[in-house]
Structures are given as C-alpha cells and as structure tokens.
Design a protein around this ligand. Structure first.
Ligand SMILES: Cc1cc2nc3c(=O)[nH]c(=O)nc-3n(C[C@H](O)[C@H](O)[C@H](O)COP(=O)(O)OP(=O)(O)OC[C@H]3O[C@@H](n4cnc5c(N)ncnc54)[C@H](O)[C@@H]3O)c2cc1C
Length: 388
C-alpha cells in the first residue's frame, strides 16, 4: 500500500485508540446490554473532534483522508460497533454538504456539525422503499420561500437525537427518469410537523436509536435545498453513500478483528482432551481462515480508500470491500462463537454482541445483494466488448 500515515495522522489515530481502550472498552458491554445511550462517551467524542472527521478544515473539521477515516471506523467498531453508528450517518450528512452544499449552507451548518453541537441523521429509507430508493413517496412541495415535506421515513438512525436531517424527497413526481425529480434538503428540527413515531426494537446495534419519522407539512426553508438546485438530490445522496460503503466495510473489519482476537485468546486458554483447543486442527483451520479473510478485507478497504483519496471514483472497489469485509464480519462472529462453545453464547463474553451487530452491516449501507449488482455493473462497464 502506498498510503502512509503522517505524524499528525498517527497522533489522531493513537488518540482515538487510547480513548476507546480507556473510556469505551470498560463500559461498552454494560451500556449495550442495558440499551443505554452513551451520553458521556458522545461528549468525549465531541472533544476529540470525531464529529468533524470528514468536515473540511476551513469549517473547523479534521478533513481526514479516507484511509484514516476508515481506520478510525475500524478501531471504533472493534470496541463497539454501535458507537460507529452514532458517527456514521453524521459523516454522510457532512460529506454531502461539503461536496454539494452552497457556500452559504456550508458556512451555516458545517461548523456546528464539526463541533458535534448538532448531529446528523440521514432520512432516505421509507416503509416501502430501501434498496429501491427511487420508489420513495415523500414529497417536498415548494410554496413561496419554503418547501413543505410530507411522508414517512423508516429506519432513521440517530432520528431522535440527531438535530439535523438530510431528507431525500420528490420535488417532481412526474419526472422521467424518476431520480431527476428527487431533491435533498438539510433540515433543522424545531419546526412543527415532525413526529418521531417510534424507536425500532433491534437485534443488535443497541444503545442508539433507529426510528420511524412522520413528516406532515414540515417546513424547510428553500435556502436549505442542498446545492440550491432541484432534481440533484439522488446523485448527491448516492455520492455520499460511496463514502458510507467504506465506513461500513471498515466497521465489518473492526468486528471481524474483535471476534478473531477473542477467539484466538480463548483457544489458547481453553483445554479439552488434555491440550489447549488451539492445538486441535479443526480450530486451527478456523483461525487461519478468519485471519486470512480479515487480511483480505483490510487490503480491499485500504485500496478503495486510497483510490478515493486520489480523487477517483471507487464504486467498484468500495463495493467489493463492503461486500467482503461485512460477510467476513458475519462469518468471524459465528466462528468465534463456535470456538468459545457455550461461552460464545453467553453475555459474559463479547462474542454474542459481535454476532448480533454483524448482520446489520450486510444490510445497511446498501445490502450485499445490491453490492454484487454494483460490482457486476462496474465490471461490465470496465470489460465492455468493443462494438463491431
Ligand atoms: C439498524 C438499521 C439502521 C438503518 N439506518 C438507516 C438510516 O439511518 N437511514 C436510512 O435512510 N436507512 C437506514 N436503514 C435502512 C437500510 O438502508 C435498508 O434497510 C436497506 O437499504 C435495505 O432496504 P429494505 O430494508 O427496504 O430492504 P428491501 O429493499 O425491501 O430488500 C429486501 C431484500 O431484497 C433484496 N433486493 C432488493 N432489490 C434487489 C435487486 N434489484 N436485486 C437483488 N436483490 C434485491 C435486498 O438485498 C434484500 O435482501 C437502516 C436499516 C437498519 C436495519
């Protein structure tokens, strides 16, 4: 890999690791089992500027390279994937604003977001549309200097505590192709017409809320239309999701590593038939396969991040990284559970948490079925036969 962290980047990563080790690891399991929001930890995340991770420096952010950004998501998820969720949607909102916001929008919102004073949620999915985002029904109708949003959004992580919302809505229901009638808005909470209908009870990804939101004549000033042009929202959001695929892939790597580390430690301590279980060949094969897939995930992620750092599109590489690293997370969590035997199933050990958190990664950030389609589409483009 060509990318080497410079001194400042090494310091940032070391600070994050120290914070995770000293302040998060000791309490993660307890908070997660109680499904309790980590308020104090989030305050500390603000202090070490994590909410400004991908905000340009001129707006008070750290403007990290994608490589370091991915490393930070990996380290956080190695300790507690839920915490990465508090940061994840926020960074997508920051990414979309930094790329496509008008100068006035950037000036107004990015410094607040970078400080974590306001935190972001992304409102894309709806009860009847997740993968097929062009099928959303939420509308934004312009009247004088405002848009009025009507519709229902589903699965909105940070929907209750996030104060700024990235909303994807249709401004032209008749447009063809459909995506050209879709627009993205940055909305601040506080206006009437927004109801947080419920918090969804989830298998894992505990301690942070994922909600259903109802918009009824919710007012958003016209100046909050991202980029100031109607019809650009779908492309803006899709570009933001490319960076999200990298963060989700890195989360997969973090969980896979955590599961592997727990398994290899346990395998050297636990004895059966007169020897540590790591001396049984079946266990050795599991450890070898886990470690190999983890290393492959790492290489895929950092090669995709490096490409993005060079300013290139990385749909294909990010798709491959997301697919492979998150499937690896799922496999490693289950293999670690097998290696720990009964203890893998007990809440006294962290493996059951990895096992509950990993599947979200194969669904969120674009399902892995969708990643395969993206990969294949890009391959067909790359290897297109010349027309005769
Ligand atoms: C815990 C959690 C947090 C989330 N947070 C957010 C959030 O903050 N903001 C947000 O907007 N959304 C969020 N989501 C929603 C998430 O993005 C969607 O769940 C995801 O995109 C899949 O959409 P869906 O659930 O509607 O499944 P569907 O789109 O209904 O898909 C169902 C199945 O069909 C497959 N499928 C669909 N189309 C195709 C196709 N063309 N070819 C092959 N297979 C296909 C899918 O891969 C999947 O296996 C969250 C979801 C979860 C579970």
């Amino acid at each position: 890999m060509a990318y080497q962290l410079d001194e400042e980047e090494q310091l940032i990563l070391a600070t994050v690791k120290k914070f995770l080790e000293q302040e998060v690891a000791p309490v993660a399991a307890e908070l997660e089992h109680r499904n309790e929001y980590p308020t104090e930890i989030v305050e500390r995340m603000k202090e070490i500027n994590l909410f400004g991770a991908n905000v340009p420096e001129e707006y008070g952010g750290l403007e990290l390279s994608y490589t370091l950004f991915a490393m930070i998501f990996e380290e956080i998820s190695r300790v507690w994937m839920g915490l990465a969720g508090i940061l994840g949607t926020h960074t997508v909102l920051c990414d979309v604003l930094a790329r496509f916001g008008t100068p006035e929008q950037k000036q107004r919102f990015l410094p607040l977001l970078a400080r974590g004073e306001k935190r972001g949620a992304i409102c894309l999915s709806e009860p009847q549309a997740g993968t097929d985002l062009q099928a959303i029904r939420t509308t934004a109708e312009r009247r004088a200097d405002n848009y009025f949003i009507n519709g229902s959004k589903m699965w909105i992580t940070n929907g209750r505590r996030g104060e700024m919302l990235l909303i994807l809505a249709k401004t032209d229901k008749e447009a063809t192709p459909v995506y050209t009638g879709m627009s993205a808005f940055i909305a601040e909470k506080g206006e009437p017409g927004l109801t947080i209908s419920r918090d969804i009870d989830k298998l894992g990804y505990k301690s942070l809320e994922t909600c259903e939101l109802l918009f009824e004549e919710f007012r958003v000033p016209a100046e909050n239309l991202i980029g100031g042009t109607e019809g650009a929202g779908f492309k803006q959001v899709m570009t933001g999701l490319e960076a999200e695929r990298l963060n989700v892939a890195a989360r997969g790597l973090g969980i896979a590593r955590a599961a592997f580390e727990e398994a290899i430690r346990y395998a050297q301590q636990r004895r059966t038939f007169g020897k540590p279980i790591c001396e049984h060949q079946t266990i050795q094969i599991k450890l070898a396969e886990m470690a190999t897939k983890i290393e492959a995930s790492r290489l895929l992620i950092y090669s995709a991040a490096e490409k993005k750092d060079q300013g290139e599109r990385c749909d294909l590489e990010a798709g491959m990284a997301k697919l492979f690293a998150t499937e690896t997370a799922q496999e490693c969590a289950l293999e670690a559970m097998r290696i720990l035997g009964g203890n893998g199933y007990a809440k006294d050990f962290p493996v059951e948490r990895y096992y509950r958190d990993a599947p979200l990664l194969i669904i969120g950030g674009g399902t892995n079925e969708l990643q395969r389609l993206i990969i294949a589409r890009n391959l067909l483009k790359k290897y297109a036969l010349n027309p005769v």
